[in-house]
Design a protein around this ligand. Sequence first.
Ligand SMILES: [Zn+2]
Length: 286
Amino acid sequence: MFEALKEIVTIYANYTTMGNLTIATGRGDGIRDSLVIRSGREDSNPVISGSSLKGMIRSTLEAIFTEAYKRSRDNKFKVCVPSTCYRKKLVEGEDGRRYLQNIPVSDRLEESCDVNNLCPACRMFGMTQQAGRVIFHDARAKEEYIQTIDRTHVAIARDTKTAAGGALVTTETVPADVTFYGRIDLINPEPWMMGAVISTLELLPFLGVGAKKTSGYGDLKVKIGDEDIKRVITWRSDSPEAEPRTKQDYITAWEQFIGADFATLEELFKTEMTSSEEESKDNEGE
Ligand SMILES: [Zn+2]
């Protein structure tokens, strides 16, 4: 079933690298979780993958919904567990940065969503039987050619964080201060969904977005202003004369939905981090 197209809101997001950001080439370098990919020809510019961005934003929002559920025990915040993937929450790593870790099963719905009763994450991002409202496009650089940098370092074993037999690996990276121009379309969004996407994008510098954090690789920063938000209302809309909405209107709607201002949410994550050791034990059985 398709609902009438009433409104499309587009966010024009510029992502700027803050340090060397690893490129996932899919050529056996073991890097699968970088947001930057090189697809197509060897000499084509790397792009920030829209689907990886979507996965990152979805995982982060699921962590926020789970946090809201733990505080309120309000079922509207419970996120489902699709059988194909683990859900994540934010925890603090040894380097003081935040990383995503599996959410304990007790704080999630036991099963996948019912198409008639979707969890907030599936309402935004979709599920197998239902398209999502949020579409992330690949972000591309305006430069004709980005000079990438090869970095060689000792391979780090993921489980023990120790050097794995001293093997050297080379990874290709995008240098700092390269800007990628991207776009996110939201189809008939509820205002809180807009606020959720905008505020989570602006959290990117605090999240472990690049692969190989332990080797000192960099991050992305995003800043979205009112001028980056374009709202198109169709003739099918119930309220075609609606007032334009500002970024702050959307952020306020998100804070009202989640029941906290953003600073409070960040505080909650910091509190949560102290008990992360316990939680990781819970996850071992998954
Ligand atoms: Zn769901």
